[in-house]
Ligand binder design. Structure first.
Ligand code: NDP
Length: 284
C-alpha cells in the first residue's frame, strides 16, 4: 500500500480563501481582525516564523503589528507592551514568539496575555477550557491537525490514537482534542519503555518529538493515519519530520509530508483564531 499524501499547503489555501472572505466581511462592519506579534531576541528560526505569520496576515486581510525587542530587554518592558495590547481594541490576538531569552519566565509572560486575546491557546485558562471540553482558543498546531483529519473524513470515535510527545504546545492539547473526539489515546514520551509496541497499535499516529525520522515504517500499523509534526534540519540543510516518510508511506493509508504538511496549517489556524477573536470582540 502507498499512502495518500495529506497536503497541508492545498488545504491551507482553501481555508485561507474562506478566512480572507470572513476578514473582509468583518472589516466592512468596522471590526478588522488584528494580530500583534512580539519577538524578543535575534533567534533566526523565530525571525522566519514571525515573518511568515505577518505575511500570512497580510494575505488574508488581517491587520498585523510586529514588536521587536533586543535579547537583553528587561521582562517588565515586554509585560508593559502586552498590557497595552490587552487594552487595544484594534488587536484581537497577541502572540509572543517562543523561546524567550533566559531572563524571562515564559509562563508568566504567557499568563500576562488576556485569555480573550490568547490566539496561541497557551494561557492556563484556555488550556483549562480545552481540558473541560469547552475550548475558547485551541493551540494552532493541534487545531490544524484536527482540521486535516476532518478534511479527509477520518473518523476518530473508538479509534486507537497514539501521540508521541507531551509538550504543552503540541502533545498535550493534541491528546485533549483526540479524547474530545472519542478516540482512545495513548501518550508516549522520552521515558516510554517500548515505543514501537505503542505506535504499532495506532490507527492514528501523531509524532511531535523533534527527532529526525525516528518513526520508521516498521513502527506503523498497516493502514494507519500518520501525522508528522516534527520539523528537523538535516546536516545537508534539508528539512525532515519525525517520521521516516519513505518507509512509513508504504505502510500508512494517509500521511503528512514535511515540509508542506502540518506546518502551513499551524499558521492558518493562527489566522482563524485571530478572526474568531475579532468575531467575539464584535459580539457577533
Ligand atoms: P518538545 O521538545 O517540547 O517536546 C518533545 C517531546 O518529545 C517531549 O514530550 C519528549 O518527552 C518527547 N521525546 C523526546 N525524545 C523521545 C523519544 N526518544 N521517544 C519518545 N518521545 C520522546 O517539542 P515540541 O512539542 O515543541 O515540538 C516537537 C516537534 O514539532 C519539533 O520538531 C518542533 O520543531 C515541531 N513543531 C512543529 C510545528 C509545526 O507547525 N509543524 C509546531 C510546533 C512544533 P519528555 O516530555 O519526556 O521530555
Amino acid at each position: 500500500m502507498t499512502a495518500k499524501i495529506l497536503d497541508g499547503n492545498a488545504l491551507s489555501a482553501k481555508l485561507r480563501a474562506s478566512l480572507r472572505h470572513r476578514a473582509a466581511e468583518l472589516a466592512a462592519q468596522g471590526c478588522r481582525p488584528g494580530l500583534a506579534v512580539i519577538l524578543v531576541g535575534e533567534n533566526p528560526a523565530s525571525q522566519v516564523y514571525v515573518r511568515n505569520k505577518i505575511k500570512a496576515c497580510e494575505a488574508v486581510g488581517v491587520h498585523s503589528e510586529k514588536y521587536e525587542f533586543p535579547a537583553d530587554t528587561p521582562p517588565e518592558k515586554v509585560l508593559n507592551k502586552i498590557a497595552a495590547l490587552n487594552a487595544d481594541p484594534k488587536i484581537h490576538g497577541i502572540l509572543v514568539q517562543l523561546p524567550l531569552p533566559k531572563q524571562f519566565d515564559e509562563d508568566a509572560v504567557l499568563e500576562a496575555i488576556s485569555p480573550e486575546k490568547d490566539v496561541d491557546g497557551f494561557h492556563a485558562e484556555n488550556v483549562g477550557l480545552l481540558a473541560q471540553g469547552h475550548p475558547r482558543f485551541i493551540s494552532c498546531t493541534p487545531y490544524g491537525i484536527m482540521e486535516m483529519l476532518k478534511s479527509e473524513g477520518v473518523s476518530l470515535k473508538g479509534k486507537e490514537a497514539v501521540v508521541v510527545g507531551r509538550s504543552n504546545i503540541v502533545g498535550k492539547p493534541m491528546t485533549l482534542l483526540l479524547i474530545g473526539a472519542s478516540a482512545t489515546v495513548t501518550v508516549c514520551h522520552s521515558q516510554t519503555r517500548d515505543l514501537a509496541f505503542h505506535t504499532r497499535r495506532a490507527d492514528i499516529l501523531v509524532a511531535a518529538v523533534g527527532r529526525p525520522k525516528m518513526i520508521t515504517g516498521g513502527m506503523v500499523k498497516p493502514g494507519a493515519v500518520v501525522i508528522d509534526v516534527g520539523i528537523n534540519r538535516l546536516p545537508d540543510g534539508k528539512l525532515c519530520g519525525d517520521v521516516d516518510f519513505e518507509s512509513a508511506k508504504e505502510v500508512a493509508s494517509l500521511i503528512t509530508p514535511v515540509p508542506g504538511g502540518v506546518g502551513p496549517m499551524t499558521i492558518t489556524m493562527l489566522l482563524a483564531n485571530t478572526i474568531e477573536g475579532a468575531v467575539r470582540a464584535a459580539g457577533k
